[in-house]
Design a protein around this ligand. Structure first.
Ligand SMILES: Cc1ncc(COP(=O)(O)O)c(C=O)c1O
Length: 483
C-alpha cells in the first residue's frame, strides 16, 4: 500500500517506534524488580495530570510514549513484578506479550467462522490442547471468553435454559424461583452472574464449609431437597477447585453424585487452580469431572498468558447455543458443521483472537516447560508453609493445596478484634516495603494474610526476601504489642 493511500502512521515511523517499544518492554521486564510493586500514587494523581480535553492536533509518537515513563509507570501496581504475591497473580510471559501485539495487528474479529477462519479454528485446536493437557474429557466443547466471571455467567445461563426451557422466550415471568448453590467460599462472580441473569440474590444458597473451607455435600443435598419440596427449581451448583481465599477444593465426586441424582447442573470454577492439572501428579483435582456439565479455567491466572483469557468447557454445547444464539439476515453463517460460529455461544458478538496467545505460550514453553514452572510454584509454597509452621509467632490457617499460603500473627491472649487489627497493621507494614505485595481475607471472623506464588518471575530469591520482610515486620509489630 502506498503511503498516501492511508491515514495511518507511516511504515518507517511504525518500524522505528515499534523497535523502541520492544526495547522498552525488554528493559521494563528485566528491571521490574527495581520498581515499587504497588503504586505510591494517591487516588486522582494520574487523572489530575491528564489534560481535561483531547488534543486537537496530532502529537509526536515520541512524546506520547514518554508519558508511559512519566505518568503511567508511577501509577501502576506491577502485576508482572516478582514480588506481586497478592490475590491470584496474573503474569504475562514474553511470548504471550508478543502474541498480544500480533493480535492487535491482525485485528481479527471472529463473529462467524467466515469472518475469521484462523481465529475460530485455532481457538478450537487450543481448547483441544488444553483438554488433553488437563484431562478434561474430549466430549466437552470449549469456548474462550475474557474472564472467569463471564465464563461462570454463561454456565449459569446455560443451566437456567436447560432447567426451565422457557427463559429465553418468556424471561422469568411465571417461572418458579430458580436456585443456584455454591459454598460460602465461592468467588463473588457467582453472585454477580445471579444478579446479571435476573435470578435475584435471594435465589443464591451459600452452603456451609467444613474446618478446611470445603463445601459440605450433605448440606448441599439438604438444601436441594428443601427447595424441591417448597416448589423452587434447583438450577445450578457451582463447585470450586481452588477457592479464592484459601484454595480449598470442594469434594467434587460427592457433589457430582448429588447433582446427577437430583438432576442439577454442575459447574466447576477452577479459575486459577485448574491449570495445575497439567501436572500428572495433580490430575486428581479433576477426579469426577466427567460428571460435571461445565468448567472454567483461566490461562491468564496461572499459565503466563497476558490478561485476558478464560477458557470455558461445556458438555452439551447445545444448551449454550439454545441460550444465546440469534440468527440475523445481515450476518449469515456457513451451513457446515465444521464452521463453528462462536457468536452463537455467548452474549457477545465481537471477539478477540485470544487463542493466539495460548498458541504462542504453549508452543514456546512446551507442556514440560509449563509443568516445570508450576512445580516450582508448588514447591515454593510448600517451602513457605514449612517456614510459617516453624515460626514461633505465626500460625498457618489452612491446608496448602496449590501455591497460596494463609497465615496470621498470633500475639497471645488478646481479643479477636485486637488480633485482627494487629494483623492488618502487619500486612500494611509488609506491603510498605515496596518489595512484595501480599493480600488478605477474612476467615471465621479472623483477618488472614495470604501469600500466593504463581508468577512467571516468582523465584526462590523473592520468596527468601519475602520471609525476611515478614520476619522483620512481625518483630516490629510484636514490639508494639509488648510495649
Ligand atoms: C476462584 C475464582 N473464580 C473466579 C474468579 C474471577 O476471575 P476473573 O477476574 O477472571 O473474572 C476468581 C478471581 O480471582 C477466582 O479466584
Amino acid at each position: 500500500m502506498k503511503k498516501e493511500e492511508t491515514f495511518d502512521m507511516p511504515g518507517e515511523e511504525f518500524r522505528s517506534a515499534g523497535i523502541q517499544m520492544i526495547n522498552w518492554i525488554a528493559d521494563y521486564l528485566e528491571n521490574i524488580d527495581s520498581l515499587p510493586v504497588v503504586s505510591k500514587n494517591s487516588p486522582g494523581d494520574l487523572k489530575n495530570q491528564i489534560p481535561q480535553s483531547p488534543p486537537s492536533s496530532a502529537e509526536d509518537f515520541e512524546k506520547i510514549f514518554k508519558d508511559i515513563d512519566n505518568l503511567i509507570i508511577p501509577a501502576l501496581t506491577h502485576w508482572n513484578h516478582p514480588g506481586f504475591m497478592a490475590y491470584f497473580n496474573s503474569t504475562s510471559s514474553a511470548p504471550g506479550i508478543l502474541a498480544e501485539l500480533l493480535c492487535a495487528a491482525l485485528n481479527s474479529n471472529a463473529l462467524t467462522w467466515k469472518t475469521s477462519p484462523a481465529s475460530t479454528e485455532l481457538e478450537i485446536s487450543m481448547l483441544n490442547w488444553l483438554k488433553e493437557m488437563t484431562g478434561i474429557p474430549e466430549n466437552f466443547f470449549g469456548v474462550v471468553y475474557d474472564t472467569a466471571s463471564t465464563s461462570t455467567l454463561h454456565a449459569i445461563a446455560a443451566a437456567r435454559e436447560a432447567a426451565s426451557g422457557s427463559v429465553r422466550t418468556e424471561g422469568l415471568f411465571n417461572s418458579r424461583r430458580m436456585i443456584v448453590y455454591a459454598s460460602e467460599q465461592a468467588h463473588f462472580s457467582v453472585e454477580k452472574a445471579i444478579i446479571t441473569l435476573g435470578l435475584g440474590l435471594n435465589s443464591f444458597k451459600k452452603i456451609k464449609t467444613d474446618s478446611q473451607f470445603k463445601m459440605i455435600p450433605r448440606l448441599l443435598l439438604e438444601e436441594i431437597k428443601k427447595d424441591k419440596e417448597s416448589g423452587n427449581l434447583p438450577v445450578c451448583v457451582v463447585a470450586t477447585i481452588g477457592t479464592t481465599s484459601t484454595t480449598s477444593i470442594d469434594p467434587l465426586k460427592e457433589i457430582a453424585e448429588i447433582c446427577s441424582a437430583e438432576n442439577v447442573w454442575l459447574h466447576i470454577d477452577a479459575a486459577q487452580a485448574g491449570i495445575s492439572a497439567i501436572l500428572p501428579e495433580r490430575k486428581f483435582i479433576f477426579e469426577g469431572i466427567e460428571n460435571a456439565d461445565s468448567i472454567v479455567m483461566n490461562p491468564h491466572k496461572w499459565m503466563f498468558v497476558p490478561v485476558d483469557i478464560s477458557t470455558f468447557f461445556i458438555k452439551d454445547h447445545t444448551r449454550l447455543k439454545n441460550a444465546f444464539s440469534v440468527v440475523k439476515e445481515y450476518l449469515t453463517a456457513e451451513d457446515n458443521p465444521e464452521a463453528v460460529n462462536f457468536m452463537d455461544y455467548g452474549f457477545q458478538l465481537g471477539r478477540r483472537f485470544r487463542s493466539l496467545k495460548l498458541w504462542f505460550v504453549i508452543r514456546y514453553f512446551g507442556v514440560d516447560g509449563l509443568r516445570r514452572i508450576i512445580r516450582q510454584h508448588l514447591r515454593l509454597a510448600e517451602n513457605f508453609a514449612a517456614w510459617i509452621d516453624a515460626h514461633p509467632m505465626l500460625d498457618r490457617i489452612a491446608e496448602v493445596h496449590f501455591s497460596t499460603v494463609c497465615f496470621r500473627f498470633k500475639p497471645g491472649n488478646l481479643t479477636q478484634q485486637k488480633i485482627n487489627d494487629l494483623n492488618d497493621e502487619l500486612l500494611k507494614l509488609i506491603n510498605s516495603s515496596g518489595k512484595i505485595f501480599l493480600s488478605s481475607t477474612i476467615l471465621n471472623g479472623n483477618f488472614i494474610i495470604r501469600l500466593s506464588m504463581s508468577g512467571i518471575r516468582s523465584t526462590e530469591a523473592i520468596l527468601e526476601k519475602a520471609k525476611e520482610i515478614i520476619s522483620e515486620s512481625v518483630e516490629t509489630i510484636n514490639k508494639i504489642v509488648r510495649s
